[in-house]
Design a protein around this ligand. Structure first.
Ligand code: ZN
Length: 366
């Protein structure tokens, strides 16, 4: 089953589960004439709403690319996740407020059998369903399902605390429901914020997963013609849509014909293996004779700069009397231009007959 279908299936199950709880609570609420239980049923209605948002998000984000959105609509799913986590956050804040009110003015509590019955059923249904949804969400990398699952799971924990509060009240005559509510509301708020943060981080543009980027580089470096893979950059247009670019070092006498065949083969393999559309740029490399000597000197100079993370794309053009290379400087270095200029000065002192063209690269991937 594909990702979109899975999300929709799980969400429909969520709607069915919540509607069952709404009906069950409403019936028990009417029989027992308890406003609290009927109001509690309303909470399940809002949970059904977040399942509907998930379905809409999955449907919209699965839409094929069009002229206005050539990268597809995958990022819509992040909006759905933001809306759902905002709903969960709102629920957490409301429950925190209500719990405080319960501490300030404890109402006369009297628990009846039907109250406990409703609570126990809610705990079981929400606990197993929440775990299930969260699991599927992690499997298929869907933030909205993870948010929905966490929400259901937290509902179960909240109901459980009500149950514990009721038992403590029945046994010891102590009313601690408000205090339990405060603790759990804070947990709900915290988990909502962490899901919100994770989704927003993805929208801002996060550092790509180190294991993934290392694997991609390894795959490309396995080609005997490739001397190194650098500047791997990945962009994300939804959880299952990645594209990007990388630079590869090739012998400087490689022909366009050979580059054409090689880069096509690499791009094809990367797409098959990782589902990533990768564009390749070429660095010429000549690692022998004078080029080798100067490169080694340069490496020695760079050793003194701990902020320089990598040297790549080194090329010596003896006809033009030009040396070019890229260096990656750590994000925490505040004066990267100074570092670059110092390095150029030092190498220029040793080999003044060359012109130096140096690019400062960003430390975008591992
Ligand atoms: Zn570079």
């Amino acid at each position: 089953m594909d990702r979109e279908k899975k999300i929709i299936k799980v969400s429909f199950q969520g709607i069915a589960m919540n509607l069952f709880l709404v009906l069950f609570k409403a019936i028990v609420g009417f029989i027992a004439n308890s406003i609290a239980i009927i109001l509690d049923a309303v909470n399940n209605l809002t949970d059904a709403v977040s399942a509907i948002i998930t379905i809409i998000g999955a449907k919209l984000s699965g839409k094929a690319p069009d002229k206005e959105h050539p990268f597809g609509h995958g990022r819509i799913e992040y909006f759905a996740a933001v809306i759902i986590s905002a709903i969960v956050l709102g629920a957490g804040i409301t429950s925190l407020k209500e719990s405080f009110l319960k501490i300030l003015s404890p109402a006369d509590v009297h628990y009846e059998w039907y109250t406990l019955l409703v609570i126990i059923v809610a705990i079981f249904v929400k606990f197993f369903f929440g775990g299930y949804v969260k699991n599927v969400g992690k499997q298929i990398d869907s933030q909205s399902l993870i948010a929905t699952g966490t929400d259901a799971f937290m509902d179960a924990v909240l109901s459980f605390s009500t149950l514990v509060g009721a038992i403590i009240f029945l046994v010891f005559g102590l009313n601690i429901e408000g205090y339990l509510g405060v603790v759990i509301s804070i947990i709900i708020i915290k988990s909502a914020i962490s899901i919100l943060k994770e989704t927003i981080d993805t929208m801002i543009g996060q550092r790509a997963d180190a294991e993934l980027t290392k694997n991609i580089k390894q795959k490309i470096n396995d080609y005997k013609e490739v001397h190194g893979t650098y500047d791997l950059m990945l962009h994300n247009y939804g959880p299952s849509k990645l594209m990007g670019s990388a630079h590869i070092e090739l012998d400087d006498d490689t022909t366009a014909k050979e580059i054409h065949a090689l880069t096509r083969k690499i791009s094809e393999e990367i797409f098959k293996e990782f589902g990533i559309i990768l564009t390749l740029g070429i660095y010429a490399s000549n690692d022998s004779g004078k080029a080798k000597v100067i490169k080694e000197k340069l490496e020695e100079i760079i050793k003194d700069y701990t902020d320089v993370l990598q040297l790549h794309g080194f090329y010596l053009d003896d006809e033009k009397k030009q040396v070019s290379f890229d260096i990656i400087i750590d994000f925490k270095c505040e004066n990267s231009d100074n570092v670059k200029n110092e390095i150029i000065d030092k190498i220029k002192n040793l080999y003044p007959e060359y012109e130096y063209e140096v690019v400062l690269d960003t430390d975008i991937s591992d």
